[in-house]
Design a protein. Sequence first.
Lengths: 446, 417
Amino acid sequence: MSVTSADVRARPERARTRRKPSAGGSKKWVAWAFLAPAAVIIGALIIYPTIDTIAQSFQNESRQFVGVDNYKAITESPRILTAIRNTFIWVVVAPALITGFGLIVAVLTERVSYTTAIRVVLFMPIAISGLAAGVLWRLTYEPDPERGALNVVIGSVVNLVGGPGAYPDATVLPEAPVQETSDGALAARSTVRPGESAEIGLVNVLDEEIPAGATQASEPQASGDSIPVVVWRDFKPGGGEPGVIEEGELGLPGAVVELTDASGEVVATQTTGPDGSVSFSGVGDGPFKAQIAASTFSPGFEGIEWLGSSLVTPALILAFFWMSVGFAVVIIGGGLSALPRDVLEAARVDGANEWQTFRLVTVPLMRPVIGVVFVTLTINVLKIFDLVYVLAPGASQDEANVIGVEMFRTAFSERNFGVGAAVAVLLFILVIPIMALNLRNFRRES
Amino acid sequence: MERVLRGLAEITLEEVAKTFPDGTEAVSSFDLDIADGSLMVLVGPSGCGKTTLLRMVAGLEDITAGQVRIGGKVVNEIPPKDRDIAMVFQNYALYPHMSVYDNIGYGLKLRKVNKRERDRLIRQAARTLGLGDQLLKKPRALSGGQRQRVAMGRAIVRQPEAFLMDEPLSNLDAKLRVQMRTEISRIQRDVQVTTIYVTHDQTEAMTMGDRVAVMKKGELQQVDAPQSLYEHPENLFVAGFIGSPSMNLVEAALDASDGHLFVEFGGTRLHLGHDVRGRRRGIEGYIGRRIILGIRPEDMEDASMVGAAPIDRRMLVTVDVKEAMGSEIYAHFEVDAPPVLTEDTKELAIDAGEEVLEELEEEAGTNWVARLNPRTRAREGGRVELVVDTQNLHFFDAATGAAIYENAQPETPGRAL
């Protein structure tokens, strides 16, 4: 390459013309003028409130200095301590769970067709506000197994295995010679031996509970060594005589009848036929007691109290999981598609199986992306408010409490601004190390 | 490196084909035998399917049809990790989060080689490649050449049945490429592992391969030792692809008078002696027909540099550009005859660049290169008389592009060029 003398001459001239419009002090002044609106907004909306909140955390309602009393109040309030404990649980469980699951789903969705479609569907809950999601999950968690989606699903599975009994509400008349055993069975008081019979009359049996094929009950006829037992509805329109099988009183099919020996051991089990009768034979000499098994009166699945005080935090975390897993999948999926394909292939040729490739190559290469997702989720969890506030019902609100909600409740519901500010400062302090970590990650990346 | 006793690891491809889901046929009915311990180069323009073929051998690509056998065993359904092959990738594909040491040792670790043995093998491989001081560095701290060595190290340390190399030198600068070329050849000879080496660079192909397979559009054109490919190309494509600068081609007429055979193009008339006719009896069948004539650049010389140059084997040309290479001079000139436009030459032009193809289609004359003695007095723009070594002329059927050696091909009147 040759440099002509014209090039050399042109250079200083160009430099001079470039410097011209930026004459010393005026430049600084212009820069500040442009920065001023932003500086005012940041100052008024971020810096001032931050400082004022810190100040307020050392003051009482009338803004007099009270030292660390507000912080002491935090340590003395069991409700606030629950909030701190719950926030700790959230931070430990939710980000790790969501990031891990997101990574697995992202890797798996990459191998099937319609990757984008699947990820879009998973991503959709992010577009829903925490408030709407709270309402949605409130419905899902409804304890009534007829209405709450989750309980409907669980109920239908549970009922497949051991559904409700044939006569869940049935009982006996107080004067009947029947007693309830400790495990919920209804046993005739008198014992029977082969050649004798037993009858148990039930009341409080609804018409719709009785199967269509039920027929008139009849007095059991013992013969030889058989023990017949009849279960019938000891009631007919107009009353009837208690303890007597009358015309118009139906046998109760589907009841489980058991014979127990003297020690209470069940020796035989049968289910009643259309006329409510069963007949045991060849069971030995006895004496036995006849009873209707507890399973006949089992009410079936009654629904889990998801938002009850014991399950509320896991239930809330599940709802948050649903809201956030799409975010993790999409961000991690994006990182995956940027992975150098040949490095993964090199690992396969080197002898790694799918799992080894995932663990020893994919995950280390994805570490920066995973880190961003994890930190973002941690911050979201620390500041979580709307979901908890809306989803947790009043009764379990104290159990579900997190720092964000507690801050709101103390400061705005109870108008205790000093302690509220102290809680806010606590949250602020908890967020700082995570922010620092995040910033460091970003800086290292660039 | 020590040579571990093992069975013969020849690689056999039998009617191997690859059709991608979108219907593109990358490789069609490909047959190739690679002898145990030899280095086979797959060469061809980009997009000719050579990398796809290599990836099928590696197991990274499904085989649509045919069979791949390594050491006699059909591997079609065997995953890459169980094929006992090592691959060197174009971009090296080093594990960025591992040190050089771990990069080299990763395959051994996965194969559960114990730690002491692993350490010994890694250090041995590193020594072979001159990486002894770099073992603790991460790949990003290495230069291109060092990364290339690590990629090689990763392959040799495992002592696999076969090496598969996918354009391993294409990301290096020219000087390093020449150096690594020699080094890879040396290592391959030392360890004697069956190797498939894919490249689009015919120089690499010529210098490295025991045998070279030339591919075009997923089809095998010719497999042979490098020198044989150069001297006896089977068709126009191989003739044009192998050799740098490439063979000069022109459409010429073959005629006989008084029992003498002449080949004529663009105002030049060359006499073909009996020796030529004896070795290429096939051309007798082309007398009076159009053929394609090929002349290697080194088969032309400034007539004034040659004592007693026969008068009937000369051509008079005007030098357009003169490139001094030191030991020789490339003289570019134009021959007054339209360029040869067949499917083969078009494919070659595309490989050289789309513009070249456009030029080729517009041009009235054909650009040739002669490799002359550096002491030639030829000047740019000056006229020079070249003497042609007619013994080494190449002839091709104008319709099929097949080289003419023994037998004439029947004329196909329907097909004009």
